[in-house]
Design a protein around this ligand. Structure first.
Ligand code: SAM
Length: 244
């Protein structure tokens, strides 16, 4: 298992944040025209608490937009420095970053509180005070960086995309669960039955997991499943996604 984990780590060395964002967060995938589209579906998923840790944030922030109002502090994490840098540049509002404004505007619309999108953008920037390195394959994924367990975890498209096989997916889930306080919530979003994705020159293997696999892994890590929803990607855009 270790050598295949090393192989995954090796393939991530060619991960290109710009290409990844282009493939996944620009049209045709970035379609806000109907609530049935994938992006609005991803953005509707919402939970509440005090500190939130996002596992494997990558170069993206959409998964944190709704959390903004429900958590005092948000911790983003990623294995790759290139991704942590992209996030840091977004937090500091440096030029040349990815344009998340359609996402932020959409979240403001569906929240329906009349919040201006610029206000939400500033709020998230203010709450995103830590961007930490993480390795979900370590028993303590954040090492000694974390002072107290989180009230909630969120993770989007990470565990299946960094695990060479199902046992390592299950172990990774177990490892990140140590970051969560007892009774805390985990919003897990990921791909079902996916086999790979692209980020520039990097072709990243994804371990194909079924709904039953994910349910089993969650229950082995001690979770009660509150809600399990899946979204079937239109054939033109690819494979199904799932939310637990
Ligand atoms: N959460 C983002 C999203 O929703 O688009 C990014 C998901 S991307 C498919 C998978 C992420 O996992 C990448 O950002 C990658 O750098 C990160 N990653 C790779 N190896 C990892 C590891 N061992 N531990 C934690 N994250 C890892």
């Amino acid at each position: 298992a270790m050598s295949s984990i090393a192989a995954v780590a090796e393939s991530y060395q060619r991960f290109n944040p710009r290409a990844y964002l282009q493939n996944n967060y620009m049209p045709p995938r970035a379609d806000f025209s109907s609530e049935d589209c994938v992006v609005p579906w991803k953005l509707r998923c919402d939970i509440h608490g005090r500190t939130l840790i996002d596992i494997g944030s990558g170069p993206t922030i959409y998964q944190l937009l709704s959390a903004c109002d429900h958590f005092e502090e948000i911790v983003a994490t990623d294995y790759l420095e290139v991704n942590r840098e992209v996030l840091g540049r977004w937090v500091r509002d440096e030029p040349g970053g990815f344009d998340w404004s359609p996402y932020i505007q959409h979240v403001c619309r569906i929240e329906g509180k009349g919040e201006q999108w610029k206000e939400k953008e500033q709020k998230l920037r203010g709450k995103l005070r830590q961007i930490l390195p993480i390795d979900v394959h370590q028993p303590k994924p954040l090492g000694s960086q974390l002072c107290q367990p989180a009230d909630a975890l969120v993770s989007t498209f990470c565990l299946e995309a960094v695990s060479p096989d199902r046992p390592s997916f299950e172990r990774a889930l177990c490892n990140v669960t140590t970051l969560l306080k007892p009774g805390g919530h985990f919003l897990l979003i990921g791909a079902l039955e996916e086999s790979f994705y692209l980020a520039g020159e990097a072709k990243l293997a994804v371990v194909p997991v079924s709904e039953a696999d994910v349910r089993e892994a969650l229950s082995k890590s001690g979770y009660h499943i509150h809600d399990f929803r899946s979204y079937l990607m239109p054939p033109s855009l690819g494979k199904p996604l799932v939310l637990c």
